[in-house]
Ligand binder design. Structure first.
Ligand SMILES: NC(=O)c1ccc[n+]([C@@H]2O[C@H](COP(=O)([O-])OP(=O)(O)OC[C@H]3O[C@@H](n4cnc5c(N)ncnc54)[C@H](OP(=O)(O)O)[C@@H]3O)[C@@H](O)[C@H]2O)c1
Length: 238
């Protein structure tokens, strides 16, 4: 009898939105999934009915990142790292002239420095499995919208970190703009708008799974331009 070790994914920010939708899809397909979020109660409730490992904490905290690395080490390696958690920065969205000096650093730490540091700390586990990294980006990383400057610049920095890491390690790395989605983050950015016209994050998941399945060349991708996967990346025996 042969046994297959299921692949392992770490997805940051899995209590809501895209992170939760992806965590559920990979869990359904038999993957071992680890995720985190700051609000422990919301994380536990979101993961009810799944086998996803929830590790409460803030990615901006070094101790929490060390916990995530320990959990992944205990699982024997990492096939997929998805750097998904993110902050919009100070709300309501505002021009750069209305940022407090420390707020620039906080946005960059949450969206680029901390995820970049987690990625580097997981180099060994990723190399063990020829794993891949997906950094969740935004159109704001390449377009210059008023009031989106801190968020957009930090997403551009994340793109650079993820794609440079790929060039340096030979691992497959992707910066993916998921497009607008109907999530709490989108509602927080547009508090007075009806966002029911935006697609649900579940619509983006098959496009991320297609990247994992097909392993195209490393680079920046728009989710809308990736043909969705028709398989669930099912693990044998799951
Ligand atoms: N929604 C859109 O239209 C849109 C468009 C373009 C790009 N994106 C990108 O897509 C990704 C997912 O966004 P979403 O809309 O799905 O967001 P969301 O629904 O607000 O979910 C964000 C998740 O990240 C967690 N999180 C936030 N900060 C964290 C931190 N410091 N440490 C650990 N976990 C943290 C949140 O939980 P806690 O708050 O409890 O920590 C939550 O689970 C983000 O990278 C976002 O920038 C979204």
């Amino acid at each position: 009898m042969t046994t297959t070790t299921p692949p392992t994914a770490l997805i940051t920010g899995g209590s809501s939105g895209l992170g939760l939708a992806l965590a559920r899809a990979l869990d359904d397909a038999g993957w071992i999934v680890v995720t985190d979020a700051r609000d422990a109660d919301r994380l536990r409730t979101a993961l009810e009915g799944t086998t996803v490992h929830g590790v409460p904490g803030d990615i901006a905290e070094a101790n929490h990142r060390a916990d995530l690395v320990d959990v992944v080490s205990g699982l024997g390696g990492l096939d997929l790292l998805v750097l998904n958690s993110s902050t919009l920065g100070p709300l309501p969205m505002r021009p750069l002239a209305q940022y407090e000096p420390l707020e620039f650093g906080e946005v960059f730490r949450a969206n680029a420095g901390a995820p970049g540091s987690l990625m580097v700390a997981l180099t060994g586990q990723l190399q063990q499995r020829a794993g891949m990294v997906i950094g969740i980006s935004s159109d704001a990383a390449v377009q210059h919208y008023e009031t989106w400057g801190g968020y957009g610049a930090s997403k551009a920095a994340l793109d650079h970190l993820v794609l440079t890491f790929g060039a340096e390690t030979g691992l497959a790395t992707y910066a993916v703009d998921p497009g607008d989605m109907r999530t709490p983050m989108q509602q927080a950015a547009f508090p007075d708008e009806d966002i029911s016209d935006r697609p649900l994050p579940e619509a983006v998941v098959p496009r991320l799974l297609a990247l994992v399945d097909r392993r195209p060349p490393s680079g920046r991708y728009l989710a809308a331009e990736i043909a969705p996967s028709t398989t669930r990346l099912e693990v044998a025996g799951a």
